[in-house]
Design a protein around this ligand. Structure first.
Ligand code: FAD
Length: 416
């Protein structure tokens, strides 16, 4: 027996679920969002990309976010040894947003969730999806435990699975497949940034590169706290012993640039760790459902693509579902799967070439090539579907080839 019937059930109220449900609601569809946690809740993914601003804008969520005065992110800084590589989003190949934010996600996601509730979206917190059954026509019956632990059933014409690390449908339908990204793990936490310098130095997002496989993020927030996180091979992460607080403190000693600033900065909670974080699925959609955001795919934090991918896929799947429910024919393979894969593939190349060292060769080679930099900057801003950018269309070859040329040049000048 079904207790509730809706057009679309959205699982999870992170950025992906909020953007999808806001859009569907505005199209006049009957939407229900179920979120297993209470908000605010911690989730990692604090550095956004300019491209996601247009998604929030399109569904009317931008003004509420603006009112929160999050730290503005105008670019990104990469450090290696004594070389600084600064990307400025206002100087990029693709037109579009040239700024975004650095956000504590507990606050950010709460604003989004409250805002969709204000719009009239039916959102239930502490409601956890525990089972989903599909019939041949793709109509689903989902079993949900409410806040008191009482199960009820929702019938839906479509499910958008935006459950992030919960990976509800990939688990229930067996859609997981190994990621092709080399395995890495991470330890991260928030500190009270008691020695924050004034000006840009204090607020700029920075990636401090320790070696080819190991790097450290510094993401200052406008509330005076800063997110610190280390990423490395499992051997590196595992070589530190004790509680995560002790491990993070000891890892900090590897950052010449930041050790003094953060060595006695009070941690705001016991840091978290996540192992082999890259995830992939065998398909992004099926009859009666679409996977969006992290529930579909997660590559690597190095280019901060997670939330942008989450909102991009949310908006596209919501648009396709709307069309289909209005009786139009939808080519999910072309307009969803292939489109999403094209963007994911570009980022996947950059992530892979980061860890081969080729991309780092490009970033830290001096003198810089301004044209190359503008084109790479557009990719780093999230504009990975711009076919006028050779760093998008030729992503598989161009980073490798340029790095090779730089290395040959270096060898030549070394042998002269
Ligand atoms: P989430 O934000 O995870 O939301 C999913 C929601 O679904 C959660 O609230 C959860 O409670 C709910 N849920 C789960 N299971 C159920 C269930 N059974 N029933 C009901 N609800 C459920 N991304 C960036 O953009 N920038 C970064 O700097 C960045 N850094 C990262 C660093 C690390 C180490 C890692 C591992 C990831 C990072 N990411 C980053 C990725 C980012 O965390 C995700 O891509 C992003 O949070 C995805 O958003 P989402 O809406 O898909 O899922």
């Amino acid at each position: 027996t079904t207790d509730i019937k809706v057009d679309v059930l959205v699982i999870g109220a992170g950025p992906s679920g909020c953007v999808a449900s806001a859009y569907l609601h505005q199209q006049g569809l009957q939407v229900k969002v179920v979120e297993k946690n209470t908000f605010p809740r911690f989730v990692i993914g604090e550095s956004l990309l300019p491209r996601c601003m247009q998604h929030f804008e399109e569904v009317g969520l931008l003004d509420a976010l603006k009112a929160a005065n999050f730290e503005v992110k105008n670019g990104a800084r990469f450090l290696r040894d004594d070389v600084v590589c600064n990307f400025d989003f206002s100087d990029k190949h693709t037109k579009g947003w040239d700024w975004t934010w650095q956000v504590p996600r507990a606050d950010f996601d709460t604003i989004l969730a409250k805002e969709i509730q204000k719009m009239g979206v039916d959102l239930s917190f502490e409601h956890e999806v525990i089972d989903v059954q599909f019939d041949d026509a793709g109509i689903s019956t989902t079993t949900i435990n409410d806040a008191q632990g009482n199960p009820y059933k929702v019938e839906a014409k479509f499910i958008i699975d935006s459950s992030g690390y919960g990976r509800v449908l990939p688990r229930l339908l067996n859609l997981d497949k190994p990621s092709t990204i080399p395995e890495h793990s991470s330890i991260f936490g928030h500190v009270e940034d008691i020695h924050r310098p004034t000006g840009e130095e204090g607020t700029m997002i920075t990636f401090d590169v320790l070696d080819k496989d190991t790097w450290f993020w510094v993401i200052p927030f406008s509330n005076g706290n800063t997110s610190l996180g280390f990423v490395g091979k499992n051997e590196f992460i595992d070589s530190f012993e004790g509680e995560t607080s002790e491990r993070l403190k000891n890892m900090l000693k590897h950052s010449d640039y930041y050790y003094e600033r953060f060595k006695d900065a009070p941690l705001l909670f016991e840091p978290k760790s996540i192992r082999n974080y890259s995830k992939a699925v065998t398909k992004f959609y099926g009859k009666g459902f679409a996977l969006t955001g992290n529930s579909a795919e997660f590559l690597d934090p190095v280019f901060s693509s997670g939330v942008t991918f989450a909102t991009e896929s949310a908006l596209i799947s919501a648009k396709l579902i709307t069309k289909e429910l209005q009786g139009e024919t939808v080519d999910w393979e072309e307009d969803y799967s292939n489109y999403i894969k094209a963007g994911v593939d570009v980022f996947a190349t950059y992530v892979k070439e980061w860890y081969t060292g080729n991309l780092q060769t490009l970033f830290f080679h001096r003198p810089e090539n301004p044209e190359v930099k503008r084109q790479i900057c557009a990719v780093l801003a999230g504009y990975v579907w711009d076919e006028t950018n050779p760093f998008v269309t030729k992503h598989k070859r161009i980073v490798k080839t340029l790095a090779h040329l730089i290395n040959m040049e270096k060898e030549k000048s070394a042998s002269v």
